[in-house]
Design a protein around this ligand. Structure first.
Ligand code: GLO
Ligand code: MG
Length: 345
C-alpha cells in the first residue's frame, strides 16, 4: 500500500502569549485572522477549534447568532483553503464549571454543560466537521469525598447520550488526561475513554483522541495508547507534543523531551495506517515562554519537521534485521540498533 501523506493541524491556542500561573503574557495577542494567515503561511491543512474560538462570547449569543457567525467563519476558512478538524466545548472557563461540568454536584451547572455542548455541535455542523472533542478538564475532584464517582460515570454517559441523540452524524472523541487542572480526573486514560464509550447509546460514534503529554502524565507509553485505540478502530485524532516526566502539562514540541518515545509513536501511527480515513496529525504544542515574537511559529514548524523526519526513520528502519534479532531474543542488540538508527547510522 502507498504510504500515507500526512495532513497537519493546530489550534489558535497553540500560538499562545506565554502567560503561566507565575507571570503575565510576554507576547502581544494576535487576531484570529493573523493566526489563520500564519497557519496557511507555514502550510498546515486544518485548524482545530474550541466552540468559543469559533464564536467568541458564545454564551452571550442567540442560537441564530451562533450559527451565523460559525457560517461566516466557514467561508473564511474555505477562502483560505483550510479545513476545520474538530470543535471542542470549552467547559472549564465559565463559573458554572467551577465544580466540574457534566459531573458538577449542581444540577443547574450540569444542565448548562449539556446545553453548551449541544451548541458546540451546532458550530461543528456549520464548520463542516462531524468531530466533537471532549477534553474533560474539570471532571474529577480536588477532594475525593466531594463527589460520588459512581454517579459521575452516569452523568458522563448521560451527557454523551444527549449529544449523540442531538445529531445522529457527529462522532465524539474523548481526550483523556489524568490530572491538571484536577488533582484526579475521572477519565485518565484511553482505556477509560473506550470503556465509557461502551456504556453510551451508540458506542460506534464514541472514540478517542490521544495526547502524548497526557499519556506520559498517566505513566503510560503514548505509542501503546495509539496501538490500543487503533485496535478498536477508534483513534480519530491525535495531539502530538512532548512532556518531560511528571510535571505540569508542558506541551513541548514533538520529540523535544524524548526522541525515541516520539519515534515509537510515529511507528505506531504508520503501522495502523493513521490518516487513511482523513484523520489529521495535530500538534497541541506551545512556544516556550522565552520565545520572541519573530520565532513565534517555530514550535509548530519544528514539530512537523521532527514528525516527518521520524516518518522517514520509521520507513527506513531495518525491519528484517529487527525481526532476526527478535527471533534470537537479542534485545540488547535491538535496543542499540534503534539508537544507532536514530543517531543516523
Ligand atoms: C489540555 C488539552 C487541551 C485540549 C483542547 C481541546 O491539556 O490538551 O489543549 O486539547 O482544549 O479540547
Ligand atoms: Mg490536547
Amino acid at each position: 500500500m502507498k504510504p500515507q501523506p500526512y495532513k497537519f493541524c493546530f489550534g489558535p491556542w497553540n500560538i499562545s502569549e506565554g502567560q503561566d500561573p507565575y507571570g503575565p503574557p510576554v507576547r502581544p495577542p494576535q487576531s484570529f485572522e493573523w493566526k489563520l494567515e500564519a497557519l496557511k503561511k507555514i502550510g498546515f491543512d486544518a485548524m482545530m477549534f474550541h466552540d468559543d474560538d469559533a464564536v467568541p462570547d458564545i454564551d452571550q449569543k442567540t442560537d441564530a447568532q451562533v450559527r451565523q457567525e460559525a457560517r461566516a467563519l466557514r467561508r473564511k476558512l474555505s477562502d483560505a483553503g483550510i479545513a476545520a478538524e474538530m470543535v471542542a466545548p470549552r467547559l472549564w472557563f465559565d463559573p458554572r464549571t467551577i465544580d466540574g461540568a457534566y459531573t458538577s454536584n449542581d444540577p443547574k451547572c450540569r444542565a448548562y454543560a449539556i446545553q453548551r455542548s449541544l451548541r458546540c455541535i451546532d458550530v461543528a455542523r456549520e464548520l463542516g466537521t462531524d468531530l466533537i472533542v471532549l477534553w474533560l478538564a474539570r471532571e474529577g475532584t480536588y477532594v475525593r469525598e466531594s463527589k460520588n464517582a459512581r454517579r459521575c460515570v452516569d452523568y458522563l454517559v448521560e451527557a454523551i447520550n444527549r449529544m449523540l441523540a442531538y445529531d445522529r452524524k457527529i462522532r465524539i472523541a474523548i481526550e483523556p488526561k489524568p490530572n491538571e487542572p484536577m488533582d484526579q480526573a475521572y477519565i485518565p486514560t484511553i482505556g477509560h475513554a473506550l470503556a465509557l464509550a461502551q456504556l453510551t447509546d451508540d458506542p460506534d460514534r464514541v472514540g478517542c483522541l490521544i495526547e502524548t503529554a497526557h499519556a506520559i502524565l498517566a505513566g503510560l507509553d503514548p505509542a501503546d495508547e495509539i496501538d490500543f485505540a487503533c485496535a478498536f478502530g477508534k483513534l480519530w485524532s491525535i495531539h502530538l507534543n512532548d512532556q518531560n516526566g511528571l510535571k505540569f502539562d508542558q506541551d513541548k514540541p514533538f520529540g523535544s523531551a524524548n526522541l525515541r518515545v516520539a519515534f515509537n509513536q510515529v511507528r505506531a501511527l504508520e503501522r495502523n495506517g493513521y490518516g487513511r480515513k482523513g484523520e489529521y496529525v495535530c500538534f497541541d504544542v506551545h512556544p516556550f515562554r522565552t520565545t520572541k515574537v519573530e520565532h513565534w511559529l517555530a514550535h509548530l514548524e519544528n514539530s512537523r519537521r521532527t514528525f516527518l523526519r521520524l516518518v522517514e526513520k520509521a520507513r527506513t528502519f531495518d525491519e528484517k534485521q529487527a525481526r532476526a534479532l527478535i527471533r534470537d531474543r537479542n534485545y540488547a542488540a535491538l535496543d542499540q540498533m534503534v539508537l544507532e538508527h536514530l543517531m543516523g547510522r
